[in-house]
Design a protein. Sequence first.
Lengths: 285, 358
Amino acid sequence: MADHARSTPAASAARAERPLSLPRVMGLLYASRIRSQASFRTSFVADVLGQMLVVGTEFLELWVILSQVGVLGGMALTQVAVVYGLGALAFGLADLFFGEIDGLSTMVRSGKLETLLIRPLPVLLQISSMDLSLRRLGRILVGLSTYVIALVVAGFSPTPLTLLLALTAPLAGAAVFAALLTTAGAMQFWLVDGREFANAFTYGGNYVATNPGAVFPLPLRAFFTFVVPATLIAYAPTLTLLDLPGPALIPAWSGWLGVPAGILTWTLASLLWRAGVRRYTGAGG
Amino acid sequence: MITSPTSTTDSPAAAGDAPAVVLDALRRDFAVRSRRPGSLRRERRTVRAVDDLTLTVRRGEAVGFVGANGAGKSTTIKMMTGILRPTSGSVSVLGREPVPERRHLAREIGVVFGQRSQLWWDLPLRESYRILAAMHRLTDSARERRLERLVEGLGLEEFLDRPVRQLSLGQRMRGEVAAALLHSPALVVLDEPTIGLDMVSKEGLRRFLQEDRAERGTTLFLTTHDMGDVERLCERIAVVNHGSVAFDGTITAFREHLDSPRELIVDLAEPRETLALPAGAATDAVEAEGIRHRIRFSGTALTVPALLEAIGAQASIRDLALTEPAIEDLVRQVYARGKEPARGAGPGDEPDQGPDRA
């Protein structure tokens, strides 16, 4: 290639040997972050336990409510637990990889973003690997165990199709959350102090996702289904998995909409992110 | 605008056809919003950071890009590296357009921002290089080979396994330079690489940058407040003032162009009260009862041998010293002669020499 001929002999010789593929590069980056954090073992364990406690307390809140009213949004405790576990698992996964992106405005102000722009890797991937924080495993662990145990207790009887849904739902949900986090981050290219505004959508979305969608009044339910598709992350798949009827606007079959919602939100998020980077190079912070 | 022939530099022939850097009528405006006291509406005004800047750097050249704070140096570098889009005019770096080809260009240039780190704060230095090498898709063997040279040349061995946050400023800067050179870039852009460094660290850094350039034929583009950097590393100097190039040429031409008086100090064998000097030279002071004569002369009107010959005809010279004008003073003169004298170099615009903690 012409550009290789133009670079220095050492560099082109190195590239001729065996160029690394992008997934391998990302693997190396994540591995290096994990190594560095795992080396502080005590603080790592304390961090994870701390996060598990926080997430566990959130669930306790739901448990207290349900012990008083018995049924919440047409769901009993075990069914609510499935929603909660699935939502927490999806959010935990997204937060692990994209949790720090809401600090973008800080990076813009400190000039850190400029050092990312002069590297040959997409900025979004760099931020993702830069801030991979293992303490977030706490939420994932709580979410995963709640999800699995609650499914079993609630009497989930898997068919091949619903088993596939049970496995893909956390990933699709994570994709939707990750897209929301990225959107919130990208918005900060315009709103320099937009962190709180952006968090309203991501953490607000997380709150909605971990509750039965039927408890929300219709306009709110519509917003968190069609604009910010939070109800499609955990509530709708739970309806499908446990064969429950859905409320207005969220029929049981909408449990299958997780993957399309993930694709759609990611398309929009990446377009917004690109526009944000373009705005940054145009305006210069 | 003051211009000077730029053909005085003979750059080593380097690979590639396109020049390293071509800036053509480059302009960059920033919108600044400010609130007047007592008013709720914010005012928007445009500040021109880079104004009609034209500069070509051939492959293999080393150019010192100097100017006061706010002269437009950093903005120019940001446009060269694809961080900022020009308002008008064009930039081409290694034959590429920086903004649309930013990531591609990133593989061929190495950038050191003296005041921001591109290392991982909590990781050992070695680990930062592993990550950067992965981003540049270097193989393990290519990385090890290059790193070996950098570790040796920059003296990184003793702190290679220490987390970056524990390094001293001098150690970290050496680490930053190694990070920028890891992928063997064809163009190295250094923005204030020696700011805040002590003399020993500065010297080590300059020596290695020179060595690496000699070995690989790299193009060097350097902004600095430290004229020592320019004198040691560059054969060409471009002075930027109010966003455009106020001078471009060799350092020697720069001195001559400004025609600042040089000073010759001669110690005579026999005391003498006066010396008859040719036109263009004048005695500044006579010291030590007629032994030491301080003579000011113009570098363009008179050569040193001619002056010495004139003095030698009258008295025998025991010792002599020749002082060169400091480049800082020369840059200040360029500013004073700048095209917008009303906004000329005030005290706030003076080049900040940075703390020299020797």
